[in-house]
Design a protein around this ligand. Structure first.
Ligand SMILES: [Zn+2]
Ligand SMILES: [Zn+2]
Length: 259
């Protein structure tokens, strides 16, 4: 069956609408599920691992959801543009899994995540320059105590800077379409976990989570201290640039002492 030309008629709007339903659905499903599990159904079980004892600001969740919906619109437009670019043959997205060999599937995922980490880390450093911070990044930091709904709570300019990364990468880096879906799923879960304000990873500061993978303790310190812990998935840029919070190790040990 031949696909219609996605640049014609109502197709760009229709694609944007479909993406909006998927992206907001994913946000409420994952963010909502984590909120229900950790804050409504089993808060006592996780009380020892709650990082900040303070409550959210009045109206915080409402604001976060509003900004996240605006971010979702931007991500949806980026998604529709990506599909159109793919149809016109401009992207390196491929649909035969063994086109570059099976080994390339996990390798492409790792390459993408390392590049995403690098882009985000340096963008995030730039967003913390005072004039830029006030206009663009303050919205995200209004949530001193993060919640699962902070995950996509960005000013539209920041949302845009984040939304362009995937389409631009797909012009350069060959990726199998299911690998893209896996990457987007990892991104969603990691963002919600990092903003949960409850440490869910296993204990010991020398395990992979204490050393290399970013979780709730690591990112909660960014929301509180501002000048440390800029990373997205991994800690290596913070370690190389010496921007990892000096209290992280101790706090992670304390948070994970009780299993
Ligand atoms: Zn920040
Ligand atoms: Zn954050």
């Amino acid at each position: 069956m031949d696909l219609p030309d996605f640049t014609l008629n109502y197709w760009p709007f229709f694609l944007t609408g479909i993406f909006f339903i998927i992206i907001t659905g994913r946000y409420f499903l994952v963010g909502g599920l984590f909120y229900l599990i950790f804050y409504v159904w089993f808060p006592l079980k996780w009380a020892e691992r709650k990082i900040n004892k303070k409550k959210y600001k009045q109206g915080q969740l409402k604001k976060e959801i509003k900004w996240s919906l605006i971010t979702s619109i931007l991500f949806s437009v980026a998604g529709a543009i990506t599909v159109i670019l793919w149809q016109k043959g401009y992207t390196k997205v491929y649909t035969r899994p063994n086109l570059y060999g099976w080994w390339y599937l996990p390798v492409s995922l790792i390459i993408f995540m390392l590049l995403h980490e690098t882009y985000y880390y340096w963008l995030h450093r730039l967003l913390h320059h005072p004039p830029v911070f006030r206009i663009v990044h303050k919205v995200h930091h209004d949530s001193n105590i993060a919640s699962p709904f902070t995950a996509f709570s960005f000013h539209p300019l920041e949302g845009l800077l984040q939304a362009v990364f995937l389409p631009v990468m797909l012009l350069i880096l060959p990726m199998y379409y299911y690998v893209i879906i896996i990457q987007l799923t990892i991104m969603t879960f990691s963002s919600v976990i990092n903003h949960l304000d409850i440490e869910i990873y296993p204990g010991g500061s020398n395990n992979i989570w204490g050393k290399w993978i970013i979780g709730a303790t690591h990112h909660s310190l960014h929301h509180k201290q501002f000048k440390y812990n800029y990373g997205l998935y991994f800690t290596f840029w913070d370690k190389i640039q010496k921007t990892e919070s000096p209290v992280f190790k101790k706090l992670f040990e304390k948070m994970t002492m009780k299993q």
